[in-house]
Design a protein. Structure first.
Length: 207
């Protein structure tokens, strides 16, 4: 029998690269009910600025990891807890969107990254519209901030005329969520050109 066990383990190792571990039984899961779910939600919103969708995903994960012992349906309990957090004003998707978009813009990230992040965070169009409009208004300022952090274009130590280097920098702008046209406009400003940089600052509504 021992030899058979060893043989089966060897077959598993050959097929999967390792011996599969047993899936924990339900008895190893901690019990969870609606009251405890509410406590988890309160602790979560106390620690993190979050959206309704992110909180709901967190609660649903806790349900999956636990043994649900309440008479109310688990997903209905998640929705009810999220509703309560909104009534208590611990959740406000519009305010969260403004905070999230503003922080990203100040970090030098562009409009496309802001839109993508708000989508991932589950913010509805009705709640994300103002934040996206604000990010669009500050798109030039964010791109200039990105160039300053990366020392591109007007912030470089010296001019870089290598076309491949310039395209790598354009690609970096694109990954940060900025338009290619805006990236090339900023990169066209040579280091030390105070007048051209001032024009960019005016366009970005900077002092």
């Amino acid at each position: 029998m021992a030899a058979l066990v060893v043989l089966n383990q060897a077959r598993l190792w050959h097929k999967h690269g390792m011996v599969s571990r047993r899936v924990p039984s339900d008895r190893s899961r901690k019990p969870l009910d609606a009251a405890k779910l509410d406590e988890l939600a309160l602790a979560y919103v106390a620690r993190f600025a979050t959206s309704r969708a992110k909180l709901t995903r967190y609660l649903a994960r806790k349900v999956r990891e636990s043994e649900w012992v309440d008479e109310i349906d688990a997903m209905a309990a998640c929705k009810a807890v999220a509703d309560r957090m909104e009534r208590l004003r611990f959740l406000d998707d519009r305010q969260y969107a403004a905070m999230r978009a503003g922080a990203m813009t100040r970090r030098g990230l562009g409009l496309r990254r802001v839109k993508a992040q708000l989508f991932v965070d589950g913010i509805a169009d009705a709640d994300s519209g103002e934040a996206i409009a604000e990010a669009e208004e500050h798109a030039v300022a964010a791109a200039i901030g990105f160039a300053r952090r990366r020392r591109f274009g007007p912030f470089a130590v010296r001019a870089d005329d290598d076309p491949k280097s310039r395209e790598r920098q354009v690609a970096a702008f694109a990954r940060a969520g900025h338009s290619l046209a805006l990236a090339r406009r900023i990169l066209a400003v040579p280091p030390g050109d105070a007048d051209a940089l001032a024009a960019l600052d005016d366009a970005a509504m900077l002092d």
